[in-house]
Design a protein around this ligand. Structure first.
Ligand SMILES: [Zn+2]
Length: 285
């Protein structure tokens, strides 16, 4: 089960991993906390949308369905309303009724129910910083940890189904500095322009501590499915923009993985890992 804040996050964080596991016969479910209805159109090639948040919600629902199909995964909405990315100085308050303002138990209950219904062995989410400073990403982390910790407890969320304890919890690190630096250097070595220079500088300037990568999933074979899923989110992803700036041959040769941090494990495992199911399914299965 991959828990994400908005539709499109599943396609930019761990998408090829999910496509790989789905192709191998693993039942993969993406759970999206919010409808992404406060998102702006980020693709400069996309025509203006009329009808406000309501129209945006419908468009993004259709985009999400196409992306899930491209990855070969199932998908479920939790039904919360996007908190939007507050910008300005001072930062404005979050809108009433949004996901990030919901009390933790209210925000976590539908996810606990989803965990108990789907019964995942592995759950992926974001690290405590959200991986990206959007209030819904931080909230996504919080509800994922809460659901992971409580879904197996019969005394908690009693009206939300039969207890089920997932075995491993991971944080996605698709944008690890190690990957960015490796890609930046490979592009420079190939005499190509790198889109990562500014990114690396701004990350270094903000002194964001680097998280540990414990687990790398080889999934280059499924980068095309990831790309199809990204393009499905046409309001959000510019097909000529950042996500498509790396030549795919350079990417596959330099970093054919997606990176994760094992946050909690209830099974014995040895780090580093090359499989999210290490310790759960028999070796080589
Ligand atoms: Zn997001």
């Amino acid at each position: 089960m991959a828990v994400h804040a908005h539709p499109d996050d599943e396609s930019s964080k761990g998408a090829a991993t999910m496509a790989r596991y789905a192709a191998e016969g693993v039942d993969v479910l993406v759970v999206t906390c919010t409808g992404g209805e406060r998102g702006d159109v980020l693709n400069p090639h996309y025509p203006p949308i009329e009808g406000g948040a309501e129209a945006m919600r419908e468009i993004r629902r259709a985009e999400m369905a196409t992306a899930a199909k491209a990855l070969g995964v199932r998908h479920q909405w939790l039904g919360f309303v996007d908190s939007g990315l507050p910008e300005g100085d001072p930062v404005p308050p979050l809108p009433e009724g949004c996901f990030a303002l919901a009390p933790l138990e209210v925000a976590s209950a539908p996810l606990v129910e989803a965990v108990r219904a789907f019964r995942p062995h592995v759950v992926t989410t974001y690290d405590p910083s959200g991986g990206y400073p959007h209030p819904d990403h931080v909230m996504c982390h919080r509800v994922s940890v809460e659901a992971f910790e409580t879904a197996g407890d019969p005394e908690r969320y009693r009206d939300r189904g039969e207890p089920w304890q997932p075995l491993k919890l991971y944080y996605n690190h698709g944008f690890s500095m190690a990957r960015m630096r490796a890609m930046h250097e490979a592009l420079a070595a190939a005499g190509r322009e790198s889109p990562f220079g500014d990114w690396i500088e701004s990350r270094e300037a903000r002194e964001i501590p680097e998280r540990t990568v414990t687990t790398q999933i080889e999934c280059a074979e499924h980068f095309p499915a990831r790309d199809d899923a990204l393009r499905a989110h046409a309001t959000q992803i510019d097909p000529h923009g950042f996500f498509f700036a790396i030549p795919r041959d350079v990417e596959a040769a330099t970093w054919p993985y997606e990176d994760y941090e094992l946050a909690v494990s209830h099974v014995p495992t040895t780090l580093p890992e090359d499989d999210l199911f290490a310790g759960i399914r028999p070796e080589g299965a």
